[in-house]
Design a protein around this ligand. Structure first.
Ligand code: CP
Length: 316
C-alpha cells in the first residue's frame, strides 16, 4: 500500500509484518532502539492540526532514527491561522516533494481526503473519531510482548468509546486478530451500532472485566462532547474509573493499558497507573517509537519500489 490511513485497510498478515519489524527495532535490553538508514535521503513532514505529545514526538524520533530529514510544521504559526485550507496547505507542502506526510486532524476522514491529493506516502496520526492506526499497532505490540500472543485474548476497552478513535482502531485490529473484545461504557458514551463489530457490550465494569486478560482504559474526551452529556468526574470515577477493587474482577495477570494523556482520578487511579506490576502504560509509549519506525520503513520500501517501476516505465 502507498498510505497508512487505518487498520480497516490492513490484512492480519500485514499487521503481523508491522509488529515483527517493530520488534526487530527494539533492542534486547528494550531501552535503546537499533539505528538504521531505511529512510536516508527521504523527507518526512509532520503536520499536526491537533495537540499531541506522544504521537508527534515518537514520529519525529522514529524518522530521525531511520535517517530521514524530519520537519515539524508549526501549525499554530502557519498560514492555517490566516485561513488557508487543509488541502491548500497540503498541496503547498507537496510541492516541496516530501516522501512521508504524517497528519493529525480533528475532522474524521480529513487524512483520507488529503492522501488522495498528494503524491507521497501519508500516515494517519489520528483523524477525529475515525482512526488512530499507529496507536492500535503499538497497543498490539505491547500486548504481544506482555502476553506472548495477540490472538485468543479477552480485551476489555473501557470508558469514552463514543469519542475515541483509539477504541475504534483497536476494536478493528483485535477483531481481525481473533480476540474477544468487550466494550464497557455508560450508555451515553457507547456509540450506536458498535455491536456490529462483533464485540460484547457492558455498562457495568465488574461484569465486563470478569476474566479479562487486558484492560484498556480511555480518556474522557470532554473536548469532543458538545455539552449534551458531560458526566460529573466524581460519579464517573466511582462507576467507570479503574482502581484495584475493580481490577480484581479481571484475571490475576491482567495488564492495564491507557493510550494517554491520562486523567488521573477520572478514568484511572494514579497509583494503579504507576504500578509497574500491572500497568504497561510506559511500555506503550516505548513501543510507539518502534511501531512508527516499522510503519515508515515499510511505506518507504513500497514508495521506492513504486518509483522504481515508474522509472522503468519511462525508460521503456
Ligand atoms: N495517545 C496519543 O495519541 O497521545 P498524544 O495525543 O499525546 O499524541
Amino acid at each position: 500500500a502507498r498510505h497508512l490511513l487505518g487498520i480497516e485497510q490492513l490484512a492480519p498478515d500485514e499487521i503481523r509484518s508491522v509488529l515483527d519489524l517493530a520488534d526487530s527495532y527494539v533492542d534486547l535490553n528494550r531501552r535503546t532502539m537499533k539505528q538504521s538508514d531505511a529512510l536516508a535521503g527521504m523527507t518526512q513532514i509532520n503536520m499536526f492540526f491537533e495537540n499531541s505529545t506522544r504521537t508527534q514526538s515518537s514520529f519525529e524520533l522514529a524518522g530521525k532514527r531511520l535517517g530521514a530529514d524530519v520537519m515539524n510544521m508549526a501549525v499554530a504559526q502557519s498560514s492555517v491561522k490566516k485561513g488557508e485550507t487543509l488541502l491548500d496547505t497540503a498541496m503547498t507542502l507537496n510541492a516541496m516533494h516530501p516522501d512521508l506526510l504524517v497528519v493529525r486532524h480533528p475532522a474524521s476522514g480529513a487524512v483520507n481526503l488529503l492522501a488522495s491529493k498528494v503524491n507521497c506516502a501519508v500516515l494517519n496520526a489520528g483523524d477525529g473519531r475515525h482512526e488512530h492506526p499507529t496507536q492500535a499497532l503499538l497497543d498490539a505490540l505491547t500486548i504481544r510482548r506482555a502476553k506472548g500472543r495477540i490472538q485468543r485474548l479477552t480485551v476489555a476497552i473501557c470508558g469514552d468509546i463514543a469519542h475515541s478513535r483509539v477504541a475504534r482502531s483497536n476494536l478493528i485490529l483485535l477483531g481481525k486478530m481473533e480476540n474477544r473484545v468487550r466494550l464497557i461504557a455508560p450508555p451515553t458514551l457507547m456509540p450506536p451500532g458498535v455491536g456490529e463489530f462483533g464485540c460484547e457490550l457492558y455498562d457495568d465494569m465488574k461484569k465486563g472485566l470478569e476474566g479479562a486478560d487486558v484492560v484498556m482504559m480511555l480518556r474522557l474526551q470532554k473536548e469532543r462532547m458538545d455539552g449534551a452529556f458531560i458526566p460529573s468526574e466524581r460519579e464517573y470515577y466511582h462507576r467507570f474509573g479503574l482502581d484495584a477493587d475493580k481490577l480484581a474482577f479481571a484475571r490475576e495477570d491482567a495488564i492495564v493499558m491507557h493510550p494517554g494523556p491520562m486523567n488521573r482520578g477520572v478514568e484511572i487511579d494514579g497509583t494503579l497507573a504507576d504500578d509497574i506490576n500491572r500497568s504497561v502504560i510506559q511500555d506503550q509509549v516505548e513501543m510507539g517509537v518502534a511501531v512508527r519506525m516499522a510503519c515508515m520503513d515499510l511505506l518507504a520500501r513500497n514508495l521506492r519500489a513504486e518509483r522504481g517501476r515508474a522509472a522503468v516505465g519511462v525508460m521503456v
